[in-house]
Design a protein around this ligand. Structure first.
Ligand code: CU
Length: 373
């Protein structure tokens, strides 16, 4: 092992934690209320105390609205610790039983399956954190939003509690710097502990946010081939994915920050589903996918990502934004592609956002974005 490798198995965890003070914990215990002021700022992080310093804020959790307002103080060099667990659970992709675009009805047994998701916990994986605007809904699909400023170290205490499938899992990041011991990928010819954390086991990953890490990224399961068809990244199809947002001192504050993840589930791979489903943040069809909101005058930033084996076109009705030297209203996303874009909201109404690949749109990739004055 190279001397610069900072990763350890959980057995070394105590000494590792003790050796690096002050430790900054991103999370606090569950807030007393799920409802927070929509415009509450997520203040910059208090420096130097060694105590939990991030103040999570949240809003409109019932509508799956994962937006936030973030003030980016120019700090960095902090240690951000996350306790994340892969949990297996029953999940219904269409909880309303209704496709609000096509008008079709579904029963729960057509749209439910055993999912696996990453969830953020209190230290020691004691209990799941309540959703908030810092980490998102934390309902499992997608996993918690992981945030860092350039210079920060992200430490992931990962535990596999996939008690249903009992697959090995891992947590592989994009966009950040990591050594091979935090790569978390599986190679049959070169098996490494980071790429196959067995059920009941844990592993600590460390990722560094560098200047070339600024932007939107994703993380996902990259463990052994699994399932009846022995698929690579089958855990990710079942829900093991999430997003990373890295900022620096040039990242401007926004009023609304929207995280949207494209992913597909196939009947051939998951026979309990009656058909293929194309999902936004783990839900299919208008009325089930996230309903995002903004007000006229808001600066709105979207962070979008895709995983799997499809190409998608993100399209938002009624809006355009600067992108790569021109204005655009549709962006191509391939597997593991991410995009970040923003605009100042000026068009009130209830708008459709959807994948413009018609099969995907009809398969569930459509949702609503509501702008009020
Ligand atoms: Cu698509």
């Amino acid at each position: 092992m190279a001397p610069q490798d900072q990763n350890t198995s959980v057995g070394d965890l105590e000494s590792l934690t003790e050796g690096k003070a002050p430790s900054t914990t991103l999370f606090r215990p569950e807030p007393e209320h799920d409802e927070f002021s929509r415009r509450t700022l997520l203040k910059g992080f208090a420096a130097g105390s060694g105590l939990a310093v991030a103040t999570p804020v949240g809003s409109a959790l019932a509508s799956h609205n994962v937006t936030s307002q973030v003030a980016h103080a120019s700090v960095g060099g902090r240690l951000r610790e996350y306790w994340i667990q892969a949990d297996s659970f029953q999940h219904n992709l269409v909880p309303t039983g209704y496709d609000g675009m096509m008008g079709d009805h579904y029963t729960a047994n057509q749209t439910s399956f055993w999912a696996i998701g990453y969830r953020a916990y209190t230290p020691g994986w004691q209990k799941p954190l309540a959703g908030n605007n810092d980490i998102g809904l934390n309902a499992g699909i997608p996993g918690p939003i992981i945030r860092a400023e350039v210079g920060d170290t992200i430490r992931i205490h990962f535990r596999n509690q996939d008690t249903h499938y009992k697959f090995a899992h891992s947590m592989h990041p994009h966009g950040v710097f990591y050594t091979v011991n935090s790569d978390a990928s599986w190679l049959a010819a070169l098996p490494r502990p980071s790429g196959a954390v067995e059920v009941g086991q844990s592993y600590t990953y460390e990722w560094i946010a560098r200047p070339d890490s600024v932007g939107t990224w994703l993380y996902h399961d990259h463990s052994k081939p699994q399932g009846p068809k022995m698929l690579m990244e089958f855990g990710a199809e079942l829900g093991l994915f999430g997003m990373i947002a890295v900022t620096d001192e040039k990242t401007t504050a926004v009023d609304q920050e929207i995280f949207l993840f494209f992913h597909d589930l196939y009947h051939d791979d998951v026979p309990s589903l009656s058909q293929d489903f194309d999902c936004f943040n783990g839900y299919a069809f208008v009325g089930n996918t996230p309903k995002f909101t903004a007000r006229v005058g808001d600066r709105v930033r979207w962070r979008i990502a895709a995983l799997g084996k499809e190409f998608h076109i993100f399209h938002l009705h009624g809006h355009r934004w600067p992108f790569q030297g021109r204005f655009d209203d549709s962006l191509v996303l391939g597997p593991a592609t991410t995009r970040t874009f923003e605009y100042v909201e000026d068009n009130p109404g209830t708008w459709l956002y959807h994948c413009h690949v018609t099969d995907h749109m009809m398969g569930g990739m459509a949702g609503l974005y509501v702008v009020t004055t």
